[in-house]
Design a protein around this ligand. Structure first.
Ligand SMILES: [Zn+2]
Length: 264
């Protein structure tokens, strides 16, 4: 599911970047849209930090694996501490605390706070981490063939280049919003394909359950499986390609205010 999550994050990031008016914090150039989409694509892998088998946990070697184990344990503790008698007991913390709207808001707020407090170094750090995840999520076959250090170096170079080219768009609000959007896209993807997600988990009690699993009505549910996953990934890829083309080469088609990117 990693590549599907990243690709749906990229599609959503492009859509938000392309259609959100500038007055509402929307992008002012094609490059800004691509940076926003890159961060959203990376953030769309974040919730699976609670699963040591996920794309994300395997992305930064032993470090991310250890963080994933700790996150899973913390998520399990949060579930157990807040569950009611009606909530089912769990043995694993996967798809609990990090799959809620609270986590989406928290991840965005922490990102924005970091960038506001520590300025450019933390902005580069956020871009390095998120764009690095996006590369691994969007091109899993390519990254697996490359050396770990090479992919990490590329992510860092990309982060520095982006920050250097676009200091204004690496602002705290835009980065925070892109992270929240990416996490929400992941949660929505899990909601329609898996057994649902505890959207308001731990806080809001529904029918006596504090970890109520939200799922769409039966006809709208997509059965998880290799085939459906591929169809979804393909649809997201198509949307991403069309939007990327419009943003870069034909902004007038989507009513965007910037000029087409010219390749010399
Ligand atoms: Zn997930």
């Amino acid at each position: 599911m990693g590549p599907t999550h990243a690709m749906s994050g990229a599609a959503a990031g492009l859509a938000i970047g392309a259609f959100l008016p500038i007055g509402w914090g929307g992008a002012a150039s094609a490059t800004e849209v691509f940076v926003f989409a890159g961060v959203t694509a990376g953030a769309a892998l974040l919730p699976d930090l609670d699963s040591p088998q996920s794309t994300l946990a395997r992305s930064f070697g032993l470090v991310s694996k250890s963080v994933a184990h700790v996150t899973e344990k913390i998520s399990k503790s949060i579930y157990r501490a807040t569950m009611t008698r009606k909530d089912a007991p769990i043995r694993n913390g996967h798809r609990t605390a990090t799959h809620t709207v609270w986590f989406a808001l928290l991840a965005g707020a922490v990102t924005a706070a970091l960038v506001t407090k520590f300025g450019k170094n933390s902005a580069i750090g956020v871009l390095f981490f998120m764009l690095g995840l996006a590369i691994r999520g969007l091109a899993p076959t390519w990254t697996k063939k490359q050396d770990w250090a090479y992919v990490t170096g590329l992510s860092l170079a990309l982060a520095v280049a982006v920050w250097w080219a676009l200091p204004a768009s690496a602002g705290s609000a835009a980065l925070g919003a892109a992270v929240t959007a990416g996490v929400l896209v992941h949660i929505f993807g899990d909601m329609i394909t898996k057994r649902g997600v505890p959207l308001l988990g731990g806080v809001v009690s529904i029918g006596g359950k504090r970890w109520w699993n939200f799922r769409p009505p039966r006809p709208l549910r997509i059965r998880a499986g290799a085939g459906m996953d591929k169809v979804l990934a393909l649809a997201c890829t198509a949307v991403t390609l069309v939007l990327a083309y419009c943003v870069a080469a034909a902004p007038h088609l989507i009513g965007a205010p910037w000029a087409a990117v010219t390749v010399i």
